[in-house]
Design a protein around this ligand. Sequence first.
Ligand code: SF4
Length: 379
Amino acid sequence: MDTLEKLAALGEEARYDLCCGACGTDAGRRKDDIGRWVYPAVMPDGKKVALLKVLQTNVCENDCYYCATRRSSDVRRTAFTPDELARAFEELALRGRVQGLFLSSGVAGSPTRSMDRMLATAELVRRKQGFRGYIHLKILPGSSRAHVEQAMLLADRVSVNLEAPGPERLSRIAPDKDFFSGLIQMMRWVHEIRQSTEALRRVSQTTQLVVGAAQESDAEILRTAARLYREFGLSRVYYSAFQPQPGTPLAELPPTPPLREHRLYQCDFLLRQYGFALDDLPFDDAGFLSLCTDPKAAWAMRHPQHFPVEVNRAELEQLLRVPGIGPKSARRVIQARRQGRIRTLRDLRQLGADAERAAPYVLLDGKRPPYQLPLWDHV
Ligand code: SF4
């Protein structure tokens, strides 16, 4: 294969390869005119950039059941040399097609050998080409601490994909991976290196969990996510609804509804930005979230004793429990109260709240605002 064919093949396969590539959903992905796969990404400063998302190789010695490029699948195998991939990236960057690189790889031969090649590519891009933009490097399962450290010296973000919320769940979908020594240990190293090396604090860490492939519950997923945020200071946990790939051992499993993924993201935000604890989340007896009702609204319905909240007096924590009021609008409410009373739903709307959703749960200057019960639940 020539470089263009490899870019098309290994860019395409980065889409399927969960351990090695997926960063959230495929939303917004665009296939450009010559078949390369470019993904939009939002940087921590809010800037949008186009990323070249590609595998160093689709050769892999592992046999993850959800993966289209696992060792037992019948796909055409290929690989970039570091020099070849670095030059291809440089050309795309010079032409303004991409502003960043998301690089992963199958585990070809050993994690050590595969990481060496990825790092050599990143090294060429950073040091030889002098690229100063965004680089995200995947850390392959079973990598060494030295590799983790080197990846952090070259990248803005690194990620170890956990895929499942615990060892038993992981063994059902990725029997070659070891949950603790192959994955958690590397996340711990990233955290330790960030803590101990001032210059590397800027490097963020993320992970991804596949939703619905291992029969896990939402409670298991969110318990693990909460622990990762707490113990390893992750910037984000991404949830990826399982989509069966033809020809894989999980091909007959039903796809996970995108709404389940959405509910997990909503709860993730409640944990990180709204002051909710894991015990506050409205799981059913089997540990699942309702697909019909937004989790914050579900919590409010289960806790009528906390409402209505007087918008003109409530603490930030109370405002954040009101459906329709988010962190930004809650802060604006508190600021606006210094200038005068908030008396109407219009006032609340002007502060960025979803006033119609908030109406059943608030008092405005001692009065219940008029509202109509919605015909449909908000998603
Ligand atoms: S490690 Fe697993 S997910 Fe990654 S390429 Fe290999 S089989 Fe696919």
